[in-house]
Design a protein around this ligand. Structure first.
Ligand code: SF4
Length: 289
């Protein structure tokens, strides 16, 4: 099967690179795609279906929609599209929306609670549909926004894993669009004629949410300095542990031993760390467009 457009070719290559870099797929996998009906999840299932037909390994796809119970959600449209494209779909009706209303503290934002609740449902459904892996539609913009959110508001230097083993080791979550930009996912969904279905959540698009603020910040910076987004993405693949203050990465005793081994005085251990070669944590740097 040939790719149908330059955009599909580009997205397929980026997705394949992420799958390869992080060893996301194996022969015989049954991939459960979290399908919200938003642009990202449509782009994900579409490109996985394309890759499935070209891949040298066998894997299958099942879409799962976790309905939060908000009035007006267009299940019928989601079902119609999946039926027409031959995508197996399971819709799980939940009361996540009202649980959030009940449990949310006034000072909190709903999204982290929502994500936790949805994750629990996805894990349960993965067992129900016999999935070996759960694929989510997070793209590279999500990675850098999460990096800044954690940096600014959570006191942690981390983005999100491209591949994650759940705490109980029973589930593997993968993010095959890690190298695909949000604008590419949006354009691809449009090009493939997939209808974007709103989640009907009242918080969706709330410009007061921290994530929306970070999104605007990146956009503003990008206007002033083209390439800011690329730089942040490259930074995620180019970590220099010696230049961070986490002593788990830089145990003082190890620095002292290294200074002794090189003949430098003990008080030069800091300088030794200063000139240490950057450590590449991943095998490749994504090409960002
Ligand atoms: S906007 Fe609504 S549906 Fe989306 S993560 Fe936040 S609470 Fe959940």
């Amino acid at each position: 099967m040939a790719y149908r457009s330059p955009l599909e070719t580009r997205i397929a290559k980026k997705t394949t690179r992420a799958i390869t870099d992080f060893d996301m797929l194996e022969d015989g996998d049954r991939i459960m795609v979290g399908l919200s009906g938003g642009k990202d999840s449509w782009a994900l299932i579409q490109i996985l279906d394309v890759l499935r037909q070209r891949a040298p390994i066998d894997f299958s796809i099942v879409a799962v929609n976790v309905d939060s119970g908000y009035e007006g959600y267009q299940h019928a449209e989601l079902s119609r599209v999946c039926r027409e494209r031959g995508w197996e779909l399971h819709i799980e009706h939940t009361t996540i929306g009202s649980i959030i209303d009940d449990k949310l503290e006034a000072s909190d934002t709903p999204c982290s609670l929502c994500a936790r609740l949805r994750r629990g449902v996805l894990y349960r459904l993965a067992e129900q549909v016999g999935a070996t892996k759960i694929a989510l539609g997070h793209h590279q913009d999500d990675f850098i926004e999460t990096l800044l959110l954690n940096l600014f508001f959570a006191g942690a230097l981390k983005a999100m894993p491209a591949k994650l083993l759940s705490d109980d080791s029973r589930h593997v979550v993968i993010r095959p669009l890690a190298y695909v930009s949000e604008s590419e996912a949006r354009a691809y969904t449009r090009e493939m004629g997939l209808p974007i279905i709103g989640c009907c959540c009242p918080a969706c698009g709330d410009l007061g949410l921290q994530r929306q603020r970070v999104k605007r910040l990146i956009l503003d910076l990008e206007r002033e300095h083209e390439g800011v987004r690329n730089s942040m993405l490259t930074a995620l693949t180019h970590v220099v542990p010696s230049h961070l203050l986490d002593r788990r990465l830089n145990p003082p005793a190890a620095l002292r031993a290294r200074a002794r081994a090189t003949g430098a005085p003990d008080d030069a251990s800091g300088a030794a760390a200063e000139t240490a070669q950057p450590l590449r944590l991943h095998r490749s740097t994504p090409t960002v467009q």
